[in-house]
Design a protein. Structure first.
Length: 320
């Protein structure tokens, strides 16, 4: 693919609307299936993204339509924090449209950076390892790979025993009050700070993000306490129930000084047992292989296996 400034004749562009969710889902799932063999997308996830806090559909989303009105391309730019870090997404099976969307999302990213008062921005995009055409476009535009993500899965083909709670640990289920949610958010920020592609959300936006999700409720938080102090957090959701009848662990963190005590393994096995009890076929999570903790080894040690591979691509771009 080559970069393109002009949309091919016969196509139109407009901002996406919530009513477009089904068409965008069809587009993205077809694209993912073509390049990776799986849809890796649900209607709920598309609909949730269109109303995600911090995403302005009118300025940050780009839906390309064919003459018959069907979506053939979709791109987004999502600004994090102070708008110095921008994440983009591009999906189209037509190379010229994908190239146009890539250019347009980059221009929008620069506009975001300019609005934030920055001289340069960091732009990230996550791409299937098997997506050769998009990988070629990124390499041609001075993007380089910064990390690799694995989608991990364990199947539940038989009952899973509930693990014993580690000695001295108290398990708290749910996060129904603001104090608990603030504590959990603080732990997440402390554990992820400095990691690749992590920009913390303000607390109110973090709360709004969860409450806007159609596959989440506050009962899906689990906190571990030691001597009355919260030291570990697991956040699950139902994002993979629709496509794969599987539970999903969206976040699992343990404060550094409490690692090595088996807390992460307990939280994993506890999630497996609860998913199996609920009739789920498996449990899924994603892991950054550049994580400073040996997270990939941890997940392998409890029986999970990689099922999909993504690369995180990045470029530092001057704001002109």
């Amino acid at each position: 693919m080559q970069a393109a400034d002009v949309l091919p004749d016969g196509y139109t562009i407009r901002a996406p609307e919530p009513d477009d969710a089904e068409g965008i889902f069809d587009l993205i799932s077809a694209y993912n299936t073509a390049v990776a063999g799986v849809a890796d997308c649900t209607l709920n996830s598309v609909a949730d993204h269109l109303v995600e806090p911090g995403f302005d559909r009118e300025t940050d989303g780009f839906l390309v339509l064919a003459a018959d009105g069907l979506p053939v391309g979709y791109g987004t730019a999502f600004a994090k924090g102070d708008r110095k870090a921008i994440e983009i997404e591009v999906a189209s099976q037509q190379p010229k449209i994908a190239a146009w969307l890539f250019d347009r999302t980059l221009r929008r990213a620069q506009e975001m950076g300019r609005d934030g008062g920055h001289a340069e921005i960091t732009v990230d995009i996550c791409v299937f390892r098997a997506d050769e055409s998009l990988r070629t476009l990124l390499a041609d535009q001075d993007f380089t790979t910064g990390t690799t993500y694995h989608q991990m899965r364990i199947d539940h083909t038989r009952p899973v025993a509930t693990p014993e709670t580690p000695t001295g640990v108290v398990v708290r289920r749910g996060a129904y009050d603001d104090a608990t949610r603030r504590t959990a958010h603080e732990i997440v920020i402390e554990c992820f700070s400095g990691q690749y592609n992590f920009t913390p959300r303000p607390h109110d936006e973090w709360i709004e993000y969860f409450e806007a999700s159609s596959t989440f409720d506050w009962s899906q938080f689990t906190l571990l306490e030691v001597d009355g102090r919260a030291v570990a957090v697991r956040i699950c959701n139902d994002g993979f129930v629709e496509p794969e009848n599987s539970g999903y662990i969206g976040t699992l963190v343990v404060l550094e000084e409490f690692r090595g005590r088996g807390l992460a393994k307990f939280l994993l096995r506890d999630a497996f047992a609860r998913d199996a009890t609920d009739g789920r076929a498996g449990t899924i999570l994603h892991v950054d292989t550049n994580n400073p903790t040996p997270a990939l080894g941890l997940y392998l040690s409890v029986g999970m296996a990689p099922t999909l591979v993504f690369d995180g691509w990045r470029s530092v771009i001057p704001v002109t």
